[in-house]
Design a protein around this ligand. Structure first.
Ligand code: G3P
Length: 218
């Protein structure tokens, strides 16, 4: 299972990368705005800065919603660095753009996916990654994990090569359940990755080991 970090914050990306378990970075326009990044030059420089931190792929999202615009922006993003994966929204023009990039050998991440039907379309168009947003489905009382299970099953039925990248992962149990269901990748905030470390018995056991060692070595 691959771990991607879902942020545009350079310090968090560095921290996750230094842990040694990071396989990629995903961003979106909201995450870029949260870091105060705006304007094409600043945005491109920020993507380059992310690519310079990690030896891993970096999803960069287009803003255009028409085919020509997505192709123009996606090509420019892909030129920034070989690590860039062009993130395209799940809309009609987006499917055409994914098909185009797939035929050009440019990797894509189809984002804003909320149904199995959308997942089938994206795979047929040749998306490299598919991003179903599980937390946002949970928010409206649909089970996001059920969607992951459904998509993994469908992709296995037909041997689709598109990787299921569970997104909008909000907590550690989302991540663990995605692993059980066979998602290829999860993307999540740093706190979800570091949250996997936590267990009170680990803390208690370590405190006891250190206390016993100190007593024996007085
Ligand atoms: O990867 C998509 C993700 O950024 C959305 O997460 O928590 O805003 O639903 P969230």
């Amino acid at each position: 299972m691959k771990f991607f970090i879902d942020t545009a914050n350079l310090d968090e990306i560095k921290e996750a990368y230094e842990l040694g378990v990071l396989d990629g970075v995903t961003t979106n326009p909201s995450l870029m705005a949260k870091e105060g990044i705006s304007g094409e030059d600043q945005v491109n420089a920020h993507y380059k800065a992310i690519c310079d931190i990690v030896d891993a792929n970096v999803s960069a999202e287009v803003i255009a919603t028409d085919f020509d615009g997505m192709v123009r922006e996606g090509k420019a993003l892909a030129k920034i660095d070989d690590k860039i994966v062009v993130k395209i929204p799940m809309i009609k023009e987006g499917i055409k753009a994914i098909k185009y990039f797939s035929s050009e050998g440019i990797r894509t991440n189809c984002t804003l996916v909320f149904s199995a039907g959308q997942a089938i379309l994206a795979a047929k168009a040749g998306a490299s990654y598919l991003s179903p947003f599980i937390g946002r489905l949970d928010d409206i009382s649909f089970d996001g994990l059920d969607l992951i299970s459904q998509i993994v099953h469908i992709y296995q039925n037909y041997g689709f090569e598109t990787e299921v990248l569970a997104a909008s992962v909000r907590h550690t149990m989302h991540l663990v359940k995605c692993a059980e269901l066979g998602a290829d990748v999860v993307t999540c905030p740093l706190k979800v990755i570091t949250g996997l470390l936590n267990h009170p018995l680990t803390d208690k056991g370590l405190a006891q080991f250190l206390a016993d060692h100190a007593k024996a070595n007085k």
